[in-house]
Design a protein around this ligand. Structure first.
Ligand SMILES: *Cc1c(COP(=O)(O)O)cnc(C)c1O
Length: 428
């Protein structure tokens, strides 16, 4: 059996048919924007390996930090013990996050960071004596991860978890904010969509612990960009009803949307924020949930007295050291200039796609470029084309999209946009 035959026979891949996995590439090296296959062919990683590798793969400063850490201590438990990498990363996060979000819980993946946030919200409400507030409100079109509670707040139909709807706890779904990022805002609640939230909170606030959503950019739920002003209105309504606001910035954090965090477009600070994906620059898994002194204190003073969560690999030192080095890159380089240049170039080079048959919409925000098709796009077609175009794309649902590493050169980015357009043209 060759390596690829073994893989096809024995290994599950994400959201992939186990009997017919489609084209599979054996990658032996990743550096900068490049992925190298075993046969030597190279492809630009236009997906930043699912939003993560913002500084490019195998970044010398990040791998050096990891190697140094590896020499000292790959891991120790976090219960009763602490270490410099966790503390150094905490200092950096407190400095980068908006004022007030300064109580940090580390975990091993984005989905778990969401679980932790949901638990924080419920334990906060319990601490206030609101024992009926166990459910969550969210907007349609969202994606928050693949674990059970995270699944329950993903879009109930077009999300990846429709199959399980009967098994998931009931949450409250609002229409997605109808005014898009580029459209003109109006304060009329019947037009801006805030009327639905107002109505929900007036009738069900005593059952709801928190509103959870991805600020401004909905990623894996449909690549939709909505108006930041919706968030301010939503936060005011939640505050009036004693409901916490949780922002899932796992995909959008660390510059991807053109602001350090997507919430900076709205100038809204949530009660709880979840971070992941680009936190380590795509080098190793790590996530964090940060909250305010008020939420932390209420939980600490409550009858339960502790937050009921504690992953085995919590604050893994190797991952924390990678994150510290990755966040340093954000201050060493001008990430904002890089992201703005990527946005400008993508706007120009993707615009012609509007005229192509089968295209429903083309949109760009920060270093995210989307061609939305009228029909579902088969990822296997993109996977098969990749070695020829030299660009790695993985479309989902009706979206052909990219979110390249910020360090991509103008030439390489042109290859990405033209590969996206060839994919559009190649679709019958
Ligand atoms: C990827 C993602 C998650 C889940 O993170 P994992 O590390 O895959 O568990 C949650 N929310 C958003 C917005 C994401 O993009």
């Amino acid at each position: 059996m060759t390596a690829l035959e073994f893989d096809a026979r024995h290994l599950w891949h994400p959201y992939t048919n186990v009997l017919n996995p489609g084209p599979m590439h054996l990658i032996t090296e990743a550096e900068g924007v490049w992925l190298t296959r075993e046969d030597g062919t190279r492809m630009i990683d236009a997906m930043s390996s699912w939003w993560c590798a913002v500084h490019g793969h195998r970044h010398p400063a990040i791998t050096a930090a990891m190697q140094e850490q590896l020499r000292q201590m790959p891991h120790v438990m976090f219960g009763g013990l602490t270490h410099r990498p966790a503390i150094d990363l905490g200092r950096k996060l407190v400095e980068l996050l908006p004022y007030g979000l300064d109580r940090i819980f580390y975990s091993d993946s984005g989905s778990v960071a969401i679980e932790v946030a949901l638990k924080m919200a419920v334990q906060f409400q319990m601490a206030l004596g609101h024992t009926g507030r166990m459910q969550f409100a969210t907007i349609r079109g969202g994606y928050h991860g693949d674990t059970w509670k995270a699944m329950s707040v993903c879009d109930p139909e077009n999300g990846m978890h429709g199959l399980f709807s009967g098994a998931l706890s009931i949450q409250h779904f609002l229409p997605r904010p109808p005014i898009s990022f580029d459209q003109e805002w109006t304060d009329d609640p019947t037009l801006n969509g805030l009327d639905a939230l107002e109505e929900l909170l007036e009738t069900k606030a005593d059952q709801i612990a928190a509103l959870i959503l991805e600020p401004v950019v909905q990623g894996a739920g449909g690549m939709y960009f909505y108006h930041p002003k919706w968030l301010k209105g939503a936060q005011d309504l939640c505050k009036a009803h004693g409901i916490l606001v949780i922002f899932d910035e796992i995909a959008t954090g660390f510059g991807r949307t053109g602001e350090l965090f997507a919430m900076n477009h709205a100038e809204v600070v949530p009660d709880i924020i979840c971070l992941g994906k680009a936190l380590t620059g795509g080098h190793i898994t790590l996530a964090a949930t940060a909250t305010t002194e008020d939420v932390a204190r209420r939980i600490g003073e409550s009858e339960a007295s502790v937050l009921m969560h504690g992953p085995t690999y919590m604050a893994n030192p190797l991952a924390c050291s990678a994150a510290v080095a990755s966040l340093e890159q954000l201050s060493v380089r001008d990430w904002r200039a890089e992201v703005n240049a990527i946005a400008d170039q993508m706007k120009q080079e993707l615009a012609p796609a509007c005229e192509l048959p089968g295209v429903a919409d083309v949109r760009v925000l920060g270093a995210i470029g989307v061609i939305e098709m009228e029909q579902w796009v088969d990822p296997a077609v993109a996977h098969a084309l990749a070695p020829d175009t030299g660009v790695w794309l993985r479309p989902f649902a009706r979206n052909i999209y990219c979110m390249p590493p910020y360090i991509i050169s103008a030439n390489d980015l042109s290859r990405v946009t033209s590969a996206m357009i060839s994919l559009v043209k190649g679709i019958p």
